[in-house]
Design a protein around this ligand. Structure first.
Ligand code: AMP
Ligand code: TRP
Length: 328
């Protein structure tokens, strides 16, 4: 039996951070043998929020390199650039004509991003989830590895697939989200989600000294004022980060010792730093290596385009035919 297909994308809007990795990319890497995977740097999504045209090519390249550095293997998976394959945008128009306006206006991310940049509320920002649905449905993907913040967009994707199928005959699968065991990583402030555009993230390629500094100054359980106070790991972001890189016995030890004031925040952070540095070090080296080989990176995207385009064209031909966009 042929493998099920996966699609997922990431926007080239800034440094890839450990929230991206532990919330989503870790799954991208792990499922490469069990699914037929297509991954994309979705640059058309990057222009829905404020961006600088001169900086976009560098961000796009860096995002491609980052995905390769953290383990996307071009021998196993396609790694494409969204703007190389025009059918994404074509299908997004079709889906925009199916998507109920009210449902689009209710999307949490639309509301959040409108608030973050009130001067930049454009039609594309509202239509963004339809483009995301198109990214997925153009490859008729069955599953989508994402962080928790994208689950609502996937529900919309399933709704749109169902609406299309009901109106024009069964064609699209209804894609399911694949979540990691840490689907929402908080920022260093412990209050908002870790984000590329907020100054609250740890880069996936953070140099050792600033990694140490960021961990040592990160917010913990704010009710724990003194070393002798017992802490509450359930509300401590450092404890949640331990769950990403520390071994199970150690996580249990920290939980126990924090609650009884057996371990202080400084020691807890030092342990986290040690594991995080060990985990990230190989990524950093591979990333620096890829920075010296732009041709190799672009060639991977070009080769992937050759794999993806025929699938996308086949989908669009079928969609156009079913919707009457054809000769009599
Ligand atoms: P983005 O950077 O918004 O394009 O996100 C790329 C992927 O990382 C998506 O699957 C997001 O759901 C995921 N992601 C982004 N930020 C976080 C976070 N703080 N925690 C967990 N997953 C995240
Ligand atoms: N909207 C996603 C995000 O903000 C990025 C994205 C665009 C995506 N197209 C996609 C994710 C398709 C999964 C599948 O993170």
């Amino acid at each position: 039996m042929s493998k099920k297909r996966v699609f997922s994308g990431i926007r080239p809007t800034g440094e890839i951070h450990i929230g991206n990795y532990f919330g989503a990319l870790r799954n991208w890497v792990e499922i490469q043998d069990s699914y037929d995977c297509i991954y994309g740097v979705v640059d058309y999504h990057a222009i829905t929020t404020p961006f600088e045209a001169e900086k976009l090519p560098r961000l796009t390249f860096d995002t491609l390199a980052a995905l390769l550095a953290c383990g996307i293997d071009p021998q196993k998976s396609a790694l494409m650039l969204q703007s190389d394959i025009k059918e994404h945008v074509e299908l997004s128009w079709v889906l925009s004509c199916i998507a109920p306006l009210g449902q689009m206006e209710r999307m949490t991310q639309f509301k959040d991003k409108s608030q973050q940049a009130p001067e930049y509320i454009n039609l594309g920002l509202l239509a963004y989830p339809a483009l995301m649905a198109a990214d997925i449905l153009i490859y008729r993907a069955d599953a989508v590895p994402v962080g928790e913040d994208q689950v609502q967009h996937l529900e919309l994707t399933r709704d749109l697939a169902r609406k299309f199928n009901n109106a024009y005959g069964e064609y699209f699968p209804e894609p399911e989200p694949l979540l990691t065991h840490t689907p929402r990583i908080m920022g260093l402030d412990g209050k908002s989600k870790m984000s590329k555009t907020l100054d609250n993230h740890i880069s996936l390629f953070e140099p050792a000294d600033s990694l140490r500094q960021k961990i040592m100054t990160a917010v913990t359980d704010e009710n724990r004022k003194r070393r002798s106070d017992p802490g509450n790991p359930d509300i401590c972001n450092i404890y949640s980060l331990h769950k990403t890189v520390s071994k199970e016995e150690e996580i249990q030890m920290i939980d126990r010792e924090c609650r009884t004031a057996g371990i202080g925040c400084v020691d807890c952070k030092k342990i986290l730093y040690g594991h995080m540095e060990e985990f990230l070090c190989p990524f950093r080296e591979k990333y620096q290596d890829l920075q010296k080989q732009p041709d190799t990176v672009y060639e991977i995207a070009q080769e992937s385009r050759k794999i993806c385009q025929p699938i996308a064209q086949e989908t669009m031909t079928e969609v156009r035919n079913r919707m009457g966009l054809r000769k009599i």
